[in-house]
Design a protein around this ligand. Structure first.
Ligand SMILES: [Zn+2]
Length: 231
């Protein structure tokens, strides 16, 4: 099991850890600051003892670090990890923006998210919506920027699964949660959004800067995709 240092401190850029498993170019550590691919977020990248980490993936309770080259590491070795911080920080800003966007669209239309992809340069969120004009997109983005400018605190806490499921709005993607989890991590963005989520966010919405809507696409009869970025 890999301890998730990014749950204790989402701003940890470097860390020390011990190797627990080596499988070719894949390495599992006792703890990591690398947020693995999942929940719509692309993986962090960076270095382990100077060797490039091209992706981190999640398998059960373990995080696998995929190295660019065969690992010259053995179980028990001490390693130092460093994240590509510019990339990670953009992912955090994009991810918190995506939560605010889904809350704004949900408030205005009742629509739910059907998918999302959070990347450093361009992110997208899919909604089950029929009506999604250019004007509407700009009004939703304006709503997001109003919330961002309020400088809302982003906090995380843990809650028993049954309790979270019983709280309206907390688990918007209930079926996506592994049934084995007894305790869910909850991310709260001021008074705008509260939901179960395992990913990395900024501490305060003022760090997002400005959210810019890029384009919308129709992905089926009642599926609308909105692309955005942060500046
Ligand atoms: Zn999320």
């Amino acid at each position: 099991m890999t301890r998730k240092l990014f749950w204790d401190d989402m701003y940890a850029r470097e860390f020390d850890a011990e190797v627990e498993l080596v499988d070719g170019n894949r390495v599992v550590l006792d703890q990591t600051a690398f947020n693995p691919r999942g929940g719509g977020l692309v993986s962090d990248t960076g270095r382990l003892n100077g060797v490039k980490v091209i992706e981190a993936t999640k398998e059960g309770d373990s995080v696998y670090h995929i190295l660019e080259a065969q690992a010259e590491l053995r179980v028990g070795d001490k390693v130092h990890g460093v994240l590509d911080w510019d990339r990670r920080y953009r992912i955090m800003r994009m991810h918190t923006s995506a939560h605010i966007l889904s809350a704004v669209v949900n408030r205005e239309t009742g629509a739910l998210i059907t998918g999302n992809q959070i990347s450093p340069d361009e992110s997208r969120v899919d909604f089950n919506l029929e009506d999604f004009s250019k004007d509407k997109m700009s009004s939703y983005i304006d709503g997001v920027n109003e919330a961002v400018a309020r400088g809302l605190e982003v906090t995380t806490f843990f809650m028993k699964r049954e309790e979270a499921l019983a709280t309206p709005g907390f688990v918007k993607l209930a079926n996506a949660m592994p049934p084995s989890l007894d305790v869910l991590r909850i991310v709260q963005i001021g008074d705008v959004d509260t939901q179960a989520d395992g990913g990395v966010h900024v501490r305060n919405t003022s760090e997002i800067g400005k959210v810019v809507g890029l384009k919308t696409e129709n992905k089926g009869k009642s599926n609308r995709r909105l692309y955005f970025t942060v500046e």
